[in-house]
Design a protein around this ligand. Structure first.
Ligand code: ADP
Length: 594
């Protein structure tokens, strides 16, 4: 599929044409002024042609794109993709644009007043220029909607949170791409890896990608929080607002403007460009030296924080202009992390070859943590998202029966023997809907530091590893912080005590099951889905309340009956008593989160 992708900033416009993963054209306009703008255009892998063009703003620049495409004989466009900074909480994935969707995106402008307007304008202009092509928006925030509430919530008055004050995180398309690329380069499934992605460009952010899903990132409500950036401050005590107001008489817009545009490297070293700052530091400029050490220190703190958040780290990936090009900054950030088993290889770090989307390793042979570098490819990722969305639009509203799972355990033979005695065999009781699965006659007790849950069901058949599935409410009753995981993803899960008539066992494997839909290849094809898709399912309940559940994993297996599994908390929230059906909601997307 041939896709044109736009990435509009407040002062620049980048675009690319993709055919599958192949980029056939790459262009940009920036440095707009009265005399025009800098235009760069490259076909395939050829060197870019740079000229000073006459366009004075992004509107006239976009209008020139059809002519440039014709000049380079690039024809046959089938869709247009757009980067959007902010999709709020509602855009969990790419969205096909129509008037209603555009209005919903425009309504989110207060969340990103500096970023969304230029992107929306590019979208509107592109609709006028290519009225017959589908236009798709891909949001920087969507990837982070899998962050748990503890990562997205600010500890502030509820009235503030009620109007939407929360952490979102940005650069999601980049973090998603580099995490996938790193997993590919390591030859390991993304769903088995804990990755920290460090996007260090003019804007900079770190992201903890645990088993394929973003669980935290350093940018917050706005792209101001977190790392030191070119002109943005990153983390700062919010008490500074009052202090600056009292001491300097500054009002909020003035402080905000300075935190966005006059801070970061620019404030510390007089230039927002890391190349300048590094050159000045090498010449002995002590301000530039402080800027560099502070930049690296802040980044290293986030690496440590995210390693702690994920209970370890398997790989760190550097990307963005600084992450890709500054060997000394990568070195400074990683120095001091030897305690985590991270060792850089000096030679590999000095000049990694990033051509052809390579993701070379720069860690030493004996490093326990992989460290890699790769060029980010947000436009490529947008093109892939557009293709995935448009390729899957034959969705049929199949009724999906809802099955509510109470707390239960799956036991290994070793656990059965610890709880019920050597050689014990569970008594097969009532069959479950999924063929071959049953409830055992026996029950167990779960004990945590806060309390016990009695008469917990055991589901058969036996599994290689014991897995204990509870609801969020149950995890509070036990007093243990259970992570949301897919079945079988049990690394770094907390232990809980299982008590049976014969004895007890302290077993890891306590999880809150991620909501999912079991289905078979036939039904999946009818719904236009494949294994690993993440979808939203709208559930109607007898009491009329119902709920749409985002972040629902599709699991396709031959012979499986189509049904959605919810836990008791989810069912209660949706008002589901006994029977209910779900249907695929409109914002289906195919992002392969685990
Ligand atoms: P954006 O976020 O606008 O896409 P980039 O990812 O292009 O920005 O990153 C721009 C930053 O990368 C600038 O600070 C620039 O100085 C820095 N950079 C580019 N090349 C080098 C280099 N060789 N050494 C150090 N920094 C570099």
């Amino acid at each position: 599929m041939r896709i044109l992708v736009f990435n509009a900033g407040s002062s620049s416009l980048k675009f690319g044409v993709f055919d599958g993963d192949l980029q056939i054209l790459k262009g940009s306009f920036d440095r707009f002024g009265n005399d025009g703008c800098d235009q760069s255009l490259a076909v395939g892998n050829a060197a870019p042609e740079r000229v000073r063009a006459t366009h004075s703003d992004i509107g006239t620049a976009i209008a020139a794109v059809p002519g440039l495409l014709a000049e380079k004989a690039v024809a046959g466009l089938q869709a247009v993709g757009h980067r959007l900074a902010h999709g709020g909480t509602e855009f969990t994935g790419p969205a096909l644009i129509d008037d209603a969707v555009l209005a919903r995106i425009e309504a989110l402008t207060p969340l990103a007043p500096l970023h969304n307007p230029a992107m929306i304008r590019a979208l509107q202009l592109a609709r006028d220029l290519w009225p017959d092509l589908p236009q798709v928006a891909v949001f920087d925030t969507s990837f982070h909607l899998s962050n748990p509430a503890r990562a997205t919530t600010y500890a502030v008055p509820s009235a503030w949170r009620a109007v939407g004050l929360r952490r979102f995180g940005f650069h999601g398309t980049s973090h998603r791409y580099v995490a996938q690329r790193a997993a590919e380069a390591l030859g390991r499934p993304l769903v088995e890896l804990r990755i920290i992605s460090m996007h260090l460009g003019n804007g900079a952010s770190a992201c903890a990608v645990q088993y394929g899903a973003s669980i935290d990132s350093s940018m917050g409500m706005t792209p101001l929080e977190g790392l030191v950036m070119g002109t943005r401050s990153g983390d700062i005590d919010p008490g500074a607002f009052g202090f600056l107001h009292r001491e300097l008489g500054l009002d909020i817009p003035a402080i905000e403007a300075a935190l966005y545009g006059e801070s970061g490297l620019k404030a510390l070293a007089g230039s927002a460009d890391m190349r300048d700052v590094e050159a000045q530091a090498a010449d002995g400029n002590t301000e530039a030296q402080l800027a560099i050490t502070l930049y690296a220190y802040r980044a290293r703190k986030y690496l440590g924080a995210y390693a702690a958040a994920m209970g370890g780290v398997d790989a760190i990936v550097f990307t963005g202009g600084i992450g890709e090009n500054s060997a000394s900054m990568r070195r400074r950030i990683c120095d001091g992390l030897q305690f985590m088993g991270l060792m850089l290889d000096e030679d590999l770090n000095r000049s990694p070859d990033l051509s052809d989307r390579a993701a070379p390793r720069i860690h030493a042979q004996n490093s326990r943590v992989a460290v890699m570098v790769t060029e980010t490819a947000e436009q490529l990722m947008i093109a892939r998202d557009v293709e995935a969305l448009l390729g899957r639009r034959t969705v049929t509203a199949l009724a999906i029966p809802i099955s509510v799972s109470g707390r239960h355990v799956h036991l290994s033979q070793q656990s059965v023997e610890a709880l019920f005695g050597p050689g014990y065999r569970l008594t097969e009781g009532a069959p479950l809907r999924q063929p071959g699965n049953w409830v055992a006659e026996e029950r167990v007790t779960l004990q945590g530091p806060k309390g016990c849950l009695h008469h917990v069901a055991i589901l058969g058949p036996l599994r290689p590893r014991t897995q204990i599935e509870v609801s969020r409410t149950d995890s509070f009753a036990l007093g243990i912080d259970a992570p949301v995981r897919n079945s079988g993803q049990l690394d770094n899960t907390p232990p809980v005590r299982l008590i049976g008539p014969h004895g007890h066992e302290d077993s890891t494997g306590l999880i809150i099951a991620a909501r999912h839909v079991h289905t078979n290849p036939t039904d999946a094809a009818v719904m236009g889905l494949v294994d690993g898709d993440m979808v939203a399912i709208a559930v109607k309940s007898d009491d009329g309340r119902g709920l749409t559940f985002g972040g629902t994993l599709i699991r396709v297996a031959p012979g499986a009956l189509t049904e959605m599994h919810l836990d008791t908390d989810e069912a209660n929230a949706a008002g589901i008593d006994r029977r209910a059906d779900g249907t695929l909601a409109a914002n289906v997307h195919a992002t392969p989160l685990p």
